[in-house]
Design a protein around this ligand. Structure first.
Ligand code: 5GP
Ligand code: ZN
Length: 109
């Protein structure tokens, strides 16, 4: 999608370092990390948010990618977050999963 920052990143337009890439997803570091590990799992296909009509296989793929990448990095304690909608904190309207990890992470509520 034109003018979507994550579409551009996924296409390699900014030479972003990918922690992981395959035909459907890319994983890269968040530009403004909130913890020592803060990664974003982003599908190459554009969907605005989790509220879109997303193929179940892709939804499954996104979570499997979280498992694969954290395993590869040797991280077994982490938080996975999907913000959906502005009031819930979504600022980039191309669906993405945050992987956040820090020894200091407390319970979310
Ligand atoms: P959201 O608030 O939509 O759940 O998360 C968007 C995330 O994308 C934010 O944590 C923000 O720091 C990150 N972000 C926004 N623009 C860029 C960018 O150009 N590059 C990278 N690596 N991360 C970005
Ligand atoms: Zn996009």
């Amino acid at each position: 999608m034109e003018d979507c920052i994550f579409c551009k990143i996924a296409k390699g337009e900014f030479n972003t370092e990918f922690i992981y890439e395959d035909s459907e997803v890319v994983v890269f570091k968040d530009i403004n990390p909130i913890a020592p590990v803060h990664l974003l799992v982003v599908p190459k296909k554009h969907y605005s948010s989790l509220n879109d009509d997303i193929e179940p296989m892709l939804l499954s793929k996104l979570l499997l990618t979280v498992k694969k990448v954290t395993k590869q990095l040797g991280i077994d304690e982490y938080r996975t977050v999907i913000n959906t909608g502005e009031t819930a904190g979504q600022s980039v309207f191309h669906i993405h999963l945050h992987i956040v990890s820090s020894e200091k992470l407390g319970p979310i509520c």
